[in-house]
Design a binder for this molecule. Structure first.
Ligand code: C2E
Ligand code: MG
Ligand code: MG
Length: 700
């Protein structure tokens, strides 16, 4: 082979090799001994963005490295090259556009025999992806290593492949002890097979389970953990592994328990507090419903404890309370509850008490001598009791009822118990509600006075009318006094209501008078209203302000029972009113337990015989006898007699023969609205012409 042909062959081979170098996907760079670029392949141009013609002669180190390129790597490369050796290093390089790229550079001297003399040739492999993966792996493994949560990785057969250091610190097992084992090595046995089968079902169906579980440490100690298990599917079909991570939540649980204790138990005595008592009460009520047993709710208050506390000081007082709390705890059965609900107040929930002596026994336990500092005291308690379901109230009200009963127990004296009476309370509740309604009725002006005429038997003259109140109820229609007066009586509304009646009746009388109708008006006055301070003062002021109004045409009707209850006081007020010129009538006479002898002592003008006697007087001899004697006595003592409830003419006739002065009743007219009275009077006078003269006379 001659020179030319061998040169030709070499050129061909060089071109061929260059082509091969161009074809590979890795970058190839050939440098001189100073690492200046002599040649790069197309893959190099693609990877770095630099073209051969613009970088020929430039140093590769200057071209490709940048601020984040590791200096140690750079130095190592420089050293290797200087000594004419190759290197194989991962290096962070920079593209022409400034973006970064991880390259594995495998660099060797071109002529291996004489190191570095022929320059270098480097193959550059893009390892960016691998580097990224490594980075992530590094992070992941640092998470695994440093996590505070224990992590177990187990294979498809649930055999432990790896655990992290937190696993060891939580469970006490080393990595070596764990690997190859089943995680059930931690099982505490607290969870049954059902629990685990549902856990595995969830893993199979959702690749995931999370929950609280009790496990056991190597030292045998049980602890609660919060566990998450994930099933990780691998690319190969059917291949998977499990990652379980858990944290020890003992501290968390302890903290929650502490909070729970603070929220539900009394600090001083350790007894349940009011809040827990309320929860227990609901539970006990359910229990009693199910078992059809009674539940006693008892409110116990120590007698005079505040004084003791003040005397001995709070420290000793607290000690006494603790002792009493312990005694109470011992005095009840295990399924009963005693709670401290206030300073010296306790609530006891006692199931199925079949013997009343139980309550006194509890009080006896409290009463035992107690040493407080240097002295010994006998502290007693008072107990109010209500029994569910006899008292069918809700929990809150049961406690309130027991509390109410406790006050009654205190009234009996110390060391007593008292039962709440639910029937009393129901009435009370209704009454309270009615009073609220009645107050609104006054404010909304829903009351109205009706008037019932009163007639003089002698000449059928209309002598006056009685004001009778009605309630125009928005829903229930017109209500008679019997339907609401009992609620007003004895309440704080009584006086206010009475004033309303009095004012309206007097104003009505003045209206009639201005219209030429002179009518006496009878007004019913309740006991409390009459005896309220200032009653007669109000009347005198009213009369002074209305000089036109004739006081003799005003009659105050007072129940016989009122007059008798506090005769001294009643007589006094009655006399004051009579001094003003006002007439007094004794209403419902005969129904009280008065005897006729009271006649003389009571300063009244008119006696109204109660309608019950009038109703029966035609058939019942004894009723008739009463009517007769009342009329007789009234005449003797010079009082006017009015018979109520005259329903028929026959009654009127008989009363006339007996000498009765006046009558009132459905037989004459029913009570009617004020506006109807004028017309009624005209018609009555037309039918009884005799009355005209008498009426005019009476009105003068
Ligand atoms: P009272 O003062 O004895 O009034 C007479 C009651 O008998 C009235 O009932 C009247 O409607 C009824 N009455 C009248 N004639 C007859 C009759 O022939 N047959 C029957 N069966 N009943 C007759 P009322 O209006 O229901 O009042 C009942 C009671 O309420 C009154 O008895 C009175 O004590 C009280 N009352 C009424 N209005 C007032 C008031 O404004 N203030 C006070 N404090 N009490 C009032
Ligand atoms: Mg009356
Ligand atoms: Mg009456």
């Amino acid at each position: 082979m001659d020179d030319t042909s061998s040169k030709h062959q070499i050129d061909e081979l060089t071109a061929l090799l260059a082509e091969v170098a161009h074809q590979t996907s890795n970058g190839v760079v050939i440098t001189d001994t100073q690492r200046r670029v002599r040649w790069v392949n197309r893959a190099f141009e693609r990877l770095t963005g630099f073209r051969l013609d613009e970088i020929r002669g430039h140093r590769t180190g200057e071209l490709l490295t940048g601020p984040d390129t590791d200096t140690a790597t750079k130095n190592a490369i420089r050293e290797a090259v200087k000594s004419g050796q190759g290197f194989d290093k991962d290096i962070l390089t920079y593209r022409r556009n400034g973006s970064t790229l991880w390259l594995r550079a495998i660099c060797n001297p071109v002529a291996p025999g004489s190191p570095g003399d022929g320059g270098f040739m480097a193959v550059l492999i893009d390892v960016t992806q691998r580097k990224e993966l490594e980075r992530r792996l590094k992070i992941t493994s640092s998470v695994f290593e440093r996590s505070q949560d224990a992590i177990i990785i187990s294979d498809a057969d649930n055999r432990i492949i790896d655990v992290n250091p937190a696993f060891t610190s939580i469970t006490g097992y080393t990595r070596e002890e764990a690997i190859g084992n089943n995680p059930s090595m931690l099982s505490s046995g607290r969870q049954g097979p059902e629990f685990y089968s549902s856990l595995w079902r969830s893993l199979q169906e959702q690749n995931f389970w999370r929950g609280e579980i009790w496990n056991r440490r190597k030292n045998g100690e049980e602890y609660p953990e919060f566990l998450t298990i994930t099933r990780v599917q691998l690319d190969e079909p059917g291949e998977h592994y499990y990652v379980a991570s858990f944290s020890d939540i003992t501290a968390l649980k302890n903290h929650a328990e502490e909070l729970e204790r603070a929220a539900h138990y009394d600090d001083l005595t350790g007894l349940p507090n009011r809040q827990l008592m309320v929860t227990r009460l609901e539970r006990e009520m359910n229990h009693c419903d199910l078992n059809q047993q009674p539940l006693a709710v008892c409110y116990l208050d120590l007698d005079g404890f505040k004084t003791i506390n003040d005397q001995v000081g709070q420290g000793l007082g607290d000690r006494a309370l603790v002792t009493i709390a312990n005694r109470l705890r011992l005095a009840i059965r295990s399924d009963d509850t005693v709670a401290r609900v206030g300073g010296d107040e306790f609530v006891l929930l006692l199931r199925n008490v079949d013997d009343e002596r139980v309550y006194q026994r509890i009080l006896d336990a409290v009463r035992q001598p107690l040493s407080i500092g240097p002295t010994t005291a006998n502290i007693t308690g008072s107990m109010g009791i209500t029994v569910y379901p006899h008292d069918s109230s809700d929990g809150e009200r049961l406690v309130r009822h027991a509390d109410q009963a406790m006050y009654s127990a205190k009234e009996k004296g110390r060391n007593n118990h008292h039962f709440f009476d639910p029937t009393l309370d129901e009435n009370l509740q209704q009454r309270r509600q009615q009073i609220t309604e009645l107050l609104q009725a006054i404010q909304k002006d829903e009351f109205e006075l009706y008037y019932q005429p009163q007639i003089q038997l002698r000449d059928s003259a209309v002598i006056g009318v009685e004001a009778l109140v009605r309630w125009q109820h928005p829903d229930r229609g017109l209500l008679a006094p019997g339907q609401f007066l009992p609620s007003i009586e004895g309440s704080h509304l009584e006086e206010r209501f009475g004033q309303w009646v009095l004012k309206h009746a007097l104003a009505q009388q003045a209206d009639w008078s201005r219209a030429g109708l002179k009518l006496a008006v009878s007004i019913n006055i309740s006991a409390a209203h009459l005896l309220a301070p200032g009653f007669s003062r109000f009347l005198s002021r009213y009369l002074a302000d209305h000089p036109d109004q004739d006081p003799s045409l005003i009659t105050l009707e007072i129940l016989e029972s009122t007059a008798l209850d506090d005769m001294h006081r009643a007589s006094q007020v009655i006399n004051e009113c009579r001094d003003l010129g006002v007439q007094i009538a004794l209403d419902d006479f005969g129904t009280g337990f008065s005897s006729l002898s009271y006649f003389r002592s009571l300063p009244v003008d008119v006696i109204k015989i109660d309608k019950s006697f009038i109703f029966r007087m035609l058939e019942d001899d004894s009723d008739r006898a009463i009517v007769e004697s009342v009329i007789y006595m009234a005449q003797r003592f010079n009082r006017t007699v009015l018979a109520e409830g005259v329903e028929t003419d026959r009654h009127g006739e008989v009363l006339a023969t007996l000498g009765c002065d006046q009558i009132q009743g459905f037989g004459v007219a029913r009570p009617m609205p004020a506006g109807d009275i004028g017309e009624w009077v005209r018609q009555w006078q037309a039918r009884h012409p005799l009355t005209v003269a008498a009426f005019v006379q009476g009105g003068q």
